[in-house]
Write a protein that binds this ligand. Structure first.
Ligand code: GLU
Length: 550
C-alpha cells in the first residue's frame, strides 16, 4: 500500500507536518524538577468537587516545583457541552484561588505560547498528526456503519470475546487503496483508526505517581483516532495536546487508568516520550455503613457551587481538600498556624489509593478554625459578600452600621483561644441573631434548675446594679455581689463544695442575665454583648424577660 498516497487522499487539506508544529511549540526549557501539569475538564456545565480536588493537586504539584499549571478545555464531545461551561469552570477554580498560568487563565482570556487551549480550535493540529500516522502505515480509515459495529459487538458478547475493533473483526484494516478511494469518491464517511501494534501475549507496565506500579495487558483494539467529522477522540487529543504543550505530569481521575494501554501505545507509535501519570482515586462518602463515590445526583456537596451557596470560606475548603489529599496537612497547620496553605508541600505518594472519605463535619471544623484566624474586619467583609448574594435581609442588617457589625464579629476573637462558632457564612444569622431586634426572638428560655422566682428576683435586682460602663472584671464582680444578694454562691467552687446550701451559683446568675439579653444559654462574652447592644436595649430585654416569667 502506498501510505503516502493514502494520507493525501484522506487529508488533502493538511499541508503541515508534525515537525512544523514542533517548531511552533518548541520544547520547554525546564529546570530539573520543574513540572508542567494541566487540568483538562469538559465544559459540561458543572464543576465537581472531585474536579476542584484534581485541579488543586495539579496546581500544587506544578507550582511547588516552580513550574506551570495549564487549564485546557476538552470540548470534543459537543453533545455534552453547555454554553457557559467554561465560565462555570473558571468561576469554580478562580473563586477558590487556584492560580492558572496558561490556557484559560481568566474569563474569556487564553494566555500562553502553546495554544489554542480549547480542543475544538485545534482540529488542524490533530489532523496533521493523524495524517502522519497514516503516512507511516499506523492508522487507516474505517467505513463500518453503526449496524456493522453492533453486529460485531453481538458476536463478541456471545462468544465472550474482548469487545472492539480488533483482529478478524477489524475488517477495514484490509481495504486496498483502490477500495478506499472508491468509497471516498462515493462520499462514504469514515473514522480514522489506530492500527494497534499490541499483542494479546504482552503486558504493559507503568509507575503511577499515586498508585505505584501497574501492569495491564497491551491494547490490541484499533481504537478511533479521529471521528468522522475530523474531531479527535479523547485519547488522541490527550496524546497530541500533552505532547505539544509539554505536560510533564498528567494527573487525572482514576477512571482513566483503564485507558493507559491505549495512551502508552499511541505515544509509542508516534515516537514520543509519554508524560508521567498519576491517577487520583475518587472522593468517597459514607453511606449506610459502606463507602461510595460522592455523586452529583445524591450529594449536593458534589457541586462546587454548594460551598459558595453555604458560604464556606474558600481557603477553608481548599485546606480541607489538602487534608483529604495528605493527612500530614493537619500537622503542618498545627505547626504553622499563620502560614498560607500554599506553603504546605503536597506529596503525591501520600495520597490515598482508594479514595479519601468526604466528611462535612470535618470540613466545618477546618472552616471554623480558619474563620477563627481571621480579623473581625475580614469576617465582616466575607460575611457581607456572601449575604449580599444569598441573604439580603442579613446583608441589610450587617451593613446598617458597619462598626457595630465589626465589633460584634470581634467578640471573643482572642488570638490565643478564639471562639469557633462560625464555619460558614450561612451560620452568621443564627450565631448573632440576638444582636439585632429584627432577628432576636425575645423568648425567655428557663435556666435549668433555677426557679422562676429566683430568676425574676435576679433580673429585678440587676436592673439597679447594671452599669453599662463596667469592664469585664467589674462586671463579674457585680455578678458575684448579685449572687450573694439572692443567696447564691459567689464562687462556683464554693457551690460545688456544698451544693445543698445554695439554690445556685454566680454562673447561674450570669446565665439568667444571658438568657434575658440573648435568648440563649451559650453566647460570646456577655459583658461585650451588653456593651455593644447598649443600655436601652439591655434594659428592655430584661423587662421582657421579667414579664415572660410572669
Ligand atoms: N476531559 C477529561 C475529563 O473530563 C480529562 C481527563 C484528563 O485529565 O486527561 O475527564
Amino acid at each position: 500500500m502506498d501510505y503516502n498516497k493514502l494520507s493525501e487522499l484522506l487529508f488533502p487539506h493538511i499541508t503541515k507536518t508534525p515537525a512544523d508544529y514542533e517548531a511552533i511549540y518548541p520544547k520547554r526549557n525546564l529546570a530539573e524538577d520543574e513540572k508542567v501539569t494541566r487540568f483538562a475538564p469538559s465544559p459540561t456545565g458543572f464543576l465537581h468537587i472531585g474536579g476542584l480536588f484534581a485541579a488543586l493537586i495539579s496546581e500544587r504539584i506544578a507550582h511547588q516545583s516552580g513550574g506551570k499549571f495549564i487549564l485546557r478545555i476538552e470540548d470534543t464531545d459537543k453533545k455534552r457541552e453547555v454554553d457557559d461551561g467554561v465560565t462555570k469552570i473558571l468561576e469554580g477554580l478562580l473563586g477558590f484561588g487556584v492560580k492558572i498560568d496558561e490556557g484559560f487563565v481568566d474569563f474569556d482570556k487564553q494566555d500562553g505560547s502553546y495554544g489554542p487551549y480549547m480542543q475544538s480550535q485545534r482540529a488542524e493540529i490533530y489532523q496533521t498528526f493523524a495524517k502522519a500516522l497514516v503516512k507511516e502505515g499506523k492508522a487507516y480509515p474505517c467505513f463500518c456503519s453503526e449496524e456493522d459495529l453492533s453486529a460485531t459487538r453481538e458476536i463478541q458478547e456471545k462468544e465472550k470475546l474482548l469487545p472492539g475493533y480488533w483482529g478478524k473483526f477489524a475488517k477495514c484494516r484490509e481495504l486496498s487503496l483502490e477500495e478506499i478511494e472508491a468509497k471516498i469518491n462515493a462520499g462514504e464517511k469514515f473514522v480514522l483508526r489506530l492500527k494497534s501494534c499490541g499483542s494479546e501475549e504482552r503486558k504493559v507496565s507503568f509507575k503511577d505517581g499515586i498508585k505505584g506500579k501497574i501492569e495491564m495487558p497491551e491494547n490490541i483494539v484499533d481504537v478511533v483516532v479521529l471521528k468522522s467529522d475530523g474531531i479527535p477522540t479523547y485519547h488522541f487529543a490527550h496524546v497530541v495536546d500533552d505532547y505539544l504543550m509539554g505536560t510533564t505530569n498528567v494527573i487525572r481521575g482514576d477512571e482513566w487508568i483503564s485507558s493507559i494501554p491505549i495512551h502508552l501505545q499511541m505515544f509509542y507509535m508516534m515516537g514520543i516520550k509519554p508524560p508521567k501519570y498519576a491517577h487520583i482515586a475518587p472522593i468517597m462518602k459514607e453511606d449506610e455503613g459502606g463507602k461510595r463515590k460522592i455523586s452529583k445526583r445524591k450529594d449536593p456537596e458534589a457541586a462546587v457551587t454548594y460551598y459558595d451557596e453555604e458560604g464556606y470560606p474558600t481557603d477553608g475548603v481548599i485546606e480541607y481538600l489538602l487534608n483529604l489529599a495528605n493527612y500530614t496537612f493537619e500537622d503542618f497547620r498545627k505547626a504553622n498556624k499563620t502560614a498560607h496553605w500554599s506553603e504546605f508541600k503536597l506529596e503525591m505518594n501520600k495520597m490515598s489509593t482508594s479514595g479519601g472519605l468526604f466528611d462535612l463535619v470535618k470540613l466545618n471544623d477546618v472552616c471554623k478554625n480558619k474563620v477563627a484566624s481571621y480579623t473581625a474586619e475580614k469576617v465582616y467583609q466575607l460575611a457581607i459578600g456572601w449575604a449580599e448574594k444569598y441573604d439580603k435581609e442579613l446583608y441589610a442588617l450587617l451593613t446598617r452600621d458597619k462598626d457595630f457589625s465589626v465589633a460584634m464579629f470581634n467578640f471573643d476573637r482572642n488570638p490565643d483561644k478564639p471562639r469557633k462558632d462560625i464555619g460558614k457564612w450561612s451560620e452568621v444569622r443564627d450565631a448573632f441573631s440576638f444582636m439585632f431586634d429584627e432577628t432576636f426572638d425575645g423568648k425567655y428560655a428557663e435556666v435549668e434548675n433555677i426557679s422562676k422566682e429566683d430568676a425574676k428576683k435576679i433580673l429585678e435586682l440587676y436592673k439597679d446594679m447594671y452599669d453599662e460602663k463596667a469592664e469585664n472584671n467589674e462586671w463579674f464582680e457585680t455578678m458575684k455581689d448579685l449572687a450573694e444578694k439572692v443567696g447564691f454562691a459567689r464562687e462556683v467552687k464554693e457551690y460545688k463544695k456544698n451544693p445543698e446550701s445554695y439554690p445556685g451559683h454566680v454562673g447561674d446568675v450570669s446565665n439568667i442575665i444571658r438568657v434575658a439579653v440573648t435568648g440563649r444559654t451559650k453566647s460570646p462574652d456577655l459583658c461585650s454583648i451588653m456593651k455593644l447592644l447598649g443600655r436601652e436595649k439591655v434594659l428592655d430585654r430584661i423587662d421582657r424577660a421579667i414579664n415572660a416569667l410572669g
